[in-house]
Design a protein around this ligand. Structure first.
Ligand SMILES: O=C[C@H](O)COP(=O)(O)O
Length: 258
């Protein structure tokens, strides 16, 4: 179910896109994606309203479909929410969980994110669990503590070892949508810490979840970020809304050592 590629390039459209803009963007991405080596996997996460349309457009291509959230319960009286089995029914493969915008705007807790991840795994979806420190936590020297706590609270037992796999996206909150990408050195040391914290939490060094970096990634810095040994891909927001930028980032993955 999950990609085995060496670089996972995930585009999170957030709350953007209409049927017309999606048709244009996906058409351009599919044109460019054909030239990418199989070691680069593309995932597009449109808003719920476009999942069906985008899913139909990418059918039969190398591009996979992702959603931006799900509810932990499989069905019921939860107005406005979408359950994991509903996503699986639409052909969705990945689901972003615990994005900092949802933690901030919907007060999502690590326990809720963990329950959502378990629900997603139960129907074969690959969760992309987001973690990241705020600027205040970073300035106080608490970034690693915060990341370890998020891993302990939000990552289910056995995460990554399931046939659906598992992905962790490290997104420093201060780097999201700010144009301020974390430095290569910061990403290197922080993802090394995340890997250690995952191994300690999961009690194994084998089949650990893939680790992505997210936060103002552009085609300019993608190759450098993707050449870091503990980084398996990137989670891209703003730059995923332009085919040139998104494909430029994917090209950076194609050029980085696998
Ligand atoms: O999900 C994507 C991240 O929040 C990064 O967004 P950004 O690339 O616009 O900074």
């Amino acid at each position: 179910m999950t990609h085995t590629a060496s670089s996972l390039i995930v585009g999170n459209w957030k709350m953007n896109g209409t049927s017309a803009s999606a048709a244009t963007l996906i058409g351009e991405i599919l044109d460019g994606a054909a030239a990418l080596p199989p070691s680069v996997a593309l995932v597009i996460c449109p808003p719920f309203t476009l999942l069906d349309r985008v899913g139909r457009m990418i059918e039969g291509s190398v591009v996979r479909l992702g959603a931006q959230d799900c509810r932990a319960e499989p069905k019921g009286a939860y107005t406005g929410d979408v359950a994991a089995p509903m996503l699986a029914d639409l052909g969705v493969h990945y689901v972003i969980l615990g994005h900092s915008e949802r933690r901030r705007d919907h007060f999502e807790t690590d326990a809720q994110i963990r329950a959502k991840a378990e629900a997603a795994l139960a129907c074969g979806l690959t969760p992309i669990i987001c973690i990241g420190e705020t600027a205040e936590e970073r300035d106080a020297g608490d970034a690693f503590l915060r990341l370890s706590a998020q891993i302990a609270g939000a990552v289910p037992a056995g995460f990554g070892a399931d046939s659906a796999g598992g992905v962790i996206a490290y997104e420093p909150v201060w780097a999201i949508g700010t144009g301020r990408t974390a430095s290569r050195e910061d990403i290197e040391s922080t993802t090394a810490h995340i890997r250690q914290a995952l191994a300690a939490h999961l009690g194994t060094d084998d089949n650990l979840p893939q680790i992505l970096y997210g936060g103002s990634v552009t085609a300019r810095d993608a190759a450098s970020i993707l050449s870091i040994g503990t980084v398996n891909g990137v989670l891209v927001g703003g730059a995923s809304l332009s085919a040139d930028s998104f494909l430029g980032i994917a090209a950076g993955a194609a050029g980085s050592p696998s």
